[in-house]
Design a protein around this ligand. Structure first.
Ligand code: GDP
Ligand code: MG
Length: 684
């Protein structure tokens, strides 16, 4: 049956967990049953004994010896345990197996081995050997119990069994002494029972030591352990007890002396020396022992350190998983806020705390296990923690990036409100603030000892900031050029109107002179303002090209306005009238029949028609006033095509003929009118 037999001190059988907590500390448990199965209940039992959290603060002792040599009796006396003792009256066999009980009032786990005497029944030798080996490998002190009269009798003292046990032990766990760590040694405590006293203990001790060394010599040892001595693995101690019944008082007294050597650390004969401790934390003992039993059972060629490593892997994984569960709960709390795009205040501090607490939880329980495994599992744990935290860190960076950029844009927008600002200063200030805010936030979220980086994200952010700044500068430049253009248009209007109304031969000289003056002024205005924008040389060059082009187009627009059909026809008409309808003094003519109407008409008409070519083309008399622009250029700000050389032509030839014809008709009308006026004056 797989269910552990648990007997409480009052002798009642219980299965599983006892309800009486007062008796729990003296419960015993069959750790290996007669089917050679290791109990799954040991870990729970150790907990119920109250030893789970004892760390290294406990000891393990076991007993070895022939059937019915008073082993259980001795253990019960020494440790206050409750092992079955053979009933004198019935001589009944107790249940086969290995039992364990906690020492009363002491952190000692005591193992008692029950079995038949293997010499009689061959099949049981296997169990005896295995349980002896198990006791030897797992306990700090192995009590070898024997009658005085067995001393020196090879078979009688179970020495044959001991030889086999030593041999297998050496094969299985022999290498454990190599690394020199604790747990490599075991104390063999020989307790000689029914010591009459005629042969002094010293003599018995000598005989036993000689026997043991002889056994050791005769062992078949693994090649690499050929020169190992018994004393490399075992310490030997000897004691004798008087006859329990014949010398009951003396027996009691000696048992008490021996008990003191197990209990009193100050006692010079103290038996639980630290060197014997197997360095297995109490909460790992069950798993550890099961592993040893497994090895003993299957005779696997594994040694003790490997077993310790297996144990450590199992326990460190468990401890790590528990520590991680709490951590995951904590980390989850900030997952959503970060994913929703929020910059979580103090995220770094939180993450560092979770990380630290998790490691502390792990270290507290796991550091007692095999150092290498503990460290390896700790690195695994740390990697798991960091892989959970890393997305939070990266998310925080991304969110920081976004919010910093938004703030940067807003600050520029606010800074450029009104007229009294220095563009370059506004951008530089917002830029510096953006960089420092991001850097501060990123450093807060960063965790020491990780390979995390935030500098790349900062670079990306600053690149974006740069391009936003550039775009702003371009927009501002555009705005400024438009403003200058508007002012230019206002300024050019009147002088052009004036110059074009006079129709003097140097009319274009006037226009171009004014144009050049105003353009110089506009360019100067641009250059002054551009300085505060930190515009590049290339940007300045292209801006000036635009400015010139726009100014020229403004001039051309004004000229077009002043040379539109009705306007130019009005100008021609005015010019003609001045010469035909008014005399040299500006007095309106009253035509008389003798007047040379034809001659005056022709002269006035010819003089007026001379104006058409003058208006047709922008052509100054003074060649230094000629203005040029690269022909066929494009406005880089508006992408409009522009052809300079054709812009010099005001009227094409066809247009000029058309105007001339229109004017002729008007002039002819004046002529007819003049003629009629003389006819009518004659008629009067
Ligand atoms: P175990 O089989 O080795 O565990 O032996 P037990 O403890 O069950 O004892 C077997 C029998 O030996 C019992 O009847 C005990 O009363 C008796 N006994 C116990 N201790 C001694 C002792 O020191 N001397 C003698 N002569 N008998 C003892
Ligand atoms: Mg017994």
């Amino acid at each position: 049956n797989g269910v552990a037999n648990v007997l409480s001190s009052n002798g009642h059988h219980t299965n599983g967990i006892s309800t009486a907590s007062s008796s729990a500390s003296t419960e015993r448990i069959q750790i290996i049953d007669d089917e050679k199965k290791f109990t799954p209940e040991l870990s729970g039992q150790i907990d119920r004994w109250g030893l789970q959290d004892a760390g290294f603060g406990y000891n393990i002792v076991a007993v070895f010896g022939s059937q019915s040599t008073g082993k259980s009796t001795l253990l019960n006396r020494l440790f206050g345990t409750t092992f079955d003792v053979m009933d004198e009256s019935r001589r009944q066999q107790t249940t086969k197996g290995i039992w364990m009980c906690r020492g009363k009032g002491m952190n000692v786990m005591v193992m008692d081995v029950e079995g038949t005497d293997g010499r009689e029944r061959g099949e049981d030798q296997d169990f005896e050997r295995k349980s002896a080996l198990f006791s030897l490998a797992s306990s700090e002190v192995l009590i070898v119990n024997l009658w005085e009269h067995q001393v020196g009798l090879y078979q009688g003292a179970n020495m044959g069994l001991l030889k086999t046990v030593f041999e297998v032990n050496l094969g299985l766990f022999g290498k454990k002494a190599d690394d020199g760590t604790n747990g490599g040694r075991t104390l063999l405590l020989f307790v000689i029972r029914d010591h009459i006293g005629t042969t002094p203990l010293a003599n018995l001790q000598g005989t036993l030591t000689t026997d043991l060394n002889r056994i050791w010599e005769s062992l078949s040892k693994p090649a690499e352990l050929q020169d190992r001595k018994l004393s490399d693995y075992f310490d030997l101690a000897f004691t004798a007890l008087p006859h329990k019944i014949l010398a009951a008082d003396k027996f009691e007294a000696e048992v008490q002396n021996l008990r003191k050597r197990f209990v009193d650390k100050e006692d010079p004969g103290y038996l639980f020396k630290p060197a014997y401790h197997k360095r297995i934390p109490a909460d790992g003992v069950a798993f550890y022992m099961e592993g040893i039993w497994e090895q003993v059972q299957t005779n696997k060629d594994l040694d003790l350190p490997t077993q310790q490593e297996l144990l450590a892997q199992f326990r460190c994984d468990e401890i790590s998983a528990i520590a991680l569960a709490e951590f995951n709960e904590q980390a989850k709390s900030q997952k959503r806020p970060v994913e929703s795009g929020r910059v979580v205040e103090g995220l770094g501090a939180m993450m560092r705390n979770w990380r630290k607490d998790t490691l502390t939880r792990y270290d507290r329980d796991a550091s007692r296990y095999h150092k290498g495994v503990y460290a390896r599992k700790r690195a695994d744990l740390l990697a798991t923690i960091d892989s959970t935290l890393s997305p939070l860190f990266l998310g925080q960076l991304k969110n920081l990036h976004k919010t910093c950029l938004v703030t940067f844009k807003k600050e520029i927008q606010d800074g450029l409100r009104g007229n009294d600002y220095n563009f370059a200063d506004v951008v530089a200030e917002a830029r510096a603030k953006c960089e420092s805010t991001f850097t501060e936030g990123a450093k807060e979220a960063w965790i020491d000892e990780t390979d995390w980086v935030w500098e790349d994200e900062l670079d990306a952010l600053m690149e974006e900031v740069e391009s936003v700044g550039d775009q702003c500068r371009k927009d501002e430049t555009k705005k400024m050029i438009n403003q200058i253009e508007r002012n230019f248009k206002k300024a050019i209007a009147e002088p052009v109107e004036l110059a074009l109304s006079k129709a003097a031969p140097n009319m274009w000289d006037e226009v171009l002179k004014t144009f050049k003056e105003l353009l110089d002024k506009a360019e100067a205005t641009y250059l002054t303002k551009a300085k505060s924008f930190n515009c590049t040389e290339a940007e300045n060059i292209s801006s000036l090209v635009v400015l010139r082009q726009r100014s020229w187009q403004a001039l051309r627009a004004k000229i077009d306005e002043q040379t539109a059909d009705p306007v130019i026809l009005g100008k021609l008409r005015g010019h003609f009238e001045e010469r035909f309808r008014y005399d040299e003094q500006g007095v309106p003519r009253v035509w008389k029949p003798d007047d040379d109407i034809d001659g005056t008409f022709k002269k006035a008409k010819d003089q007026t028609l001379e104006l058409v070519p003058l208006y047709s083309k922008i052509a100054p008399l003074d060649p230094t006033l000629e203005f040029t622009l690269p022909s066929e250029s494009e406005d880089p700000l508006s992408n409009e095509e522009f052809d300079f050389s054709s812009s010099l032509i005001i009227f094409t030839e066809t247009k000029a003929i058309d105007l001339t014809n229109k004017f002729r008709k008007e002039a002819d009308a004046y002529y007819v009118e003049a003629k009629r006026s003389t006819v009518s004056s004659i008629a009067q």
